[in-house]
Design a binder for this molecule. Structure first.
Ligand SMILES: Nc1ncnc2c1ncn2[C@@H]1O[C@H](COP(=O)(O)OP(=O)(O)OP(=O)(O)O)[C@@H](O)[C@H]1O
Length: 246
């Protein structure tokens, strides 16, 4: 297989139990280069657990995880992030009292060497995200939608191969959602970065994702393009029939 075609991430039989509860069961997942992959499903389906497993925050009870072909089963979040998988957290992760520039700078500390190179990376990242006019503002003083972009900026400043976003659209208004989706498409198109999107906003997921994986009760229910998923009776019965457009 050509290196460019190698999946960025592969799981085989990935399983996580919490006591007697199987939160993720026997999951086979593949994330390809340059794709926006949506991970959806009803509350409690196992999305966050999957997200934590593939980013190394949880250890699997069984199964395997490969990042860029390297066996990362049971490896730490730091090891996995150094291979190019960077994540955000559900409620945003940034320093409210620091400037936007200093926040993005935090994301450059490990991956970028030297002050000048870091400053250049901050400027380029801010430009990508439309944050240049706000670089010197306190991050906590910005509107909600821009605060979310600061969180994404910190993660993207590392120029990951795979950016994993946990519900980045929750609480955003329509304009902010549209703006964030444009940013995700630019991250894919201009930087060749793949995006894993865990999100309940179905309209947005259907609009931006190349492929979608549906989980239900910790199990894989379906994988397909947005059109395939929308038409899948099992998905409609388990999830889309009870719309989750918040
Ligand atoms: N740390 C934990 N300890 C015990 N049970 C957990 C833990 N984390 C998740 N679970 C359980 O595992 C199942 C899957 O939860 P998970 O948070 O992965 O679902 P989700 O699809 O992300 O849900 P939501 O959309 O509500 O965020 C749920 O039954 C949940 O209660």
């Amino acid at each position: 297989m050509h290196a460019a075609e190698q999946p960025l991430l592969t799981t085989r039989g990935l399983t996580r139990r919490f006591g007697g509860l199987v939160a993720v069961s026997n999951l086979d997942l593949e994330i390809r280069p340059r794709e926006i992959l949506g991970l959806i499903g009803p509350n409690g389906a196992g999305k966050s657990t999957t997200f934590n497993l593939i980013s190394g925050f949880y250890k699997p009870s069984a199964g395997e995880l490969f990042v860029l072909g390297e066996d990362c089963t049971g490896k730490s979040a730091l090891t996995i992030s150094r291979l190019g998988l960077v994540r955000t957290f559900q409620h945003g992760s940034f320093m409210r009292s620091m400037s936007v520039a200093d926040n993005i700078l935090l994301g450059t500390i490990h991956p970028v060497k030297g002050t000048a190179a870091r400053r250049a990376r901050v400027a380029e990242t801010a430009a990508m995200l439309g944050l240049t006019p706000f670089l010197h503002d306190e991050a906590g003083s910005l509107p909600h939608g821009l605060q979310r972009l600061v969180s994404i900026g910190i993660a993207f400043a590392a120029r990951p191969r795979l950016l994993c976003l946990d519900e980045p659209l929750t609480g955003l208004n329509q304009t902010e959602v549209a703006n964030t989706l444009t940013v995700l498409q630019r991250i894919r198109d201009e930087f060749g970065c793949s995006v894993l999107l865990v999100e309940h906003n179905m309209k947005a997921v259907m609009r931006v994702c190349d492929r979608i994986v549906v989980l239900h009760h910790g199990q894989h229910l379906a994988t397909g393009t947005p059109a395939e998923i929308r038409a899948d009776k099992r998905v409609i019965d388990a999830y889309l029939g009870h719309r989750h457009d918040h």
